[in-house]
Design a protein around this ligand. Structure first.
Ligand code: FAD
Length: 117
C-alpha cells in the first residue's frame, strides 16, 4: 500500500493529544508502581505504535532520553521535550513547554481524586 501522509498525520495528532493528556493527569506524587506503569507504557508504545518508521525513531529517542516519571511536571515536561525533538526532525514549529500547564485538559473533572467518581 502507498504511504498516506494525511492519515499518518491524523494518527500522530490524535496520539500526541492522548499522550499529553495522559501526562497532564499523571499523579503529582507518583508511587513506584505509577512510575513503572508509565515507563512500561511508553516503552510498549514505542514497540507497538503502528507507524513503523515513527516507532523506530521514537525508540532511538527513548534510548537517548529515557522517560522522566518522578512527578507530573517531570513526565509532562519530558513528553513535551520529546515531541519537540520529533517536531525538529519533521521541521515543525517548536512548542513552548512553559505553556503546557492547562493546555491539555481531559474534561474528566476531579474524578480519580480519592475515590470520587
Ligand atoms: P502534531 O505534532 O501532531 O501536534 C499536535 C498539536 O500538539 C500541535 O498543533 C500543538 O498544538 C501541540 N504540540 C506541538 N508540539 C508540542 C509539544 N512539544 N508538546 C506539547 N504539545 C505540542 N510523522 C512523520 O511523518 N514521520 C515520523 O517519523 C513521525 N514520528 C512520530 C512519532 C511519534 C511518537 C508520534 C506520536 C507521531 C509521529 N509522527 C511522525 C506524526 C507527527 O509527529 C505529527 O503528529 C503529524 O505530522 C501531524 O502534525 P501536526 O503539525 O498536526 O502537529
Amino acid at each position: 500500500k502507498l504511504e498516506n501522509a494525511t492519515l499518518k498525520a491524523e494518527l500522530g495528532r490524535a496520539t500526541w493529544k492522548f499522550l499529553h493528556t495522559m501526562a497532564a493527569r499523571f499523579p503529582e506524587n507518583p508511587t513506584p508502581s505509577d512510575r513503572t506503569a508509565l515507563e512500561t507504557f511508553i516503552h510498549l508504545f514505542g514497540r507497538l505504535y503502528p507507524c513503523g518508521d515513527c516507532a523506530r525513531h521514537f525508540r532511538q529517542l527513548l534510548a537517548e532520553y529515557p522517560p522522566q516519571t518522578s512527578s507530573r511536571n517531570a513526565a509532562a515536561g519530558w513528553l513535551c521535550f520529546a515531541h519537540n525533538l520529533v517536531n525538529e526532525r519533521l521541521e515543525k514549529e517548536i512548542f513552548d513547554c512553559n505553556n503546557i500547564g492547562d493546555f491539555y485538559d481531559c474534561g474528566c473533572g476531579e474524578e480519580g481524586k480519592e475515590g470520587a467518581k
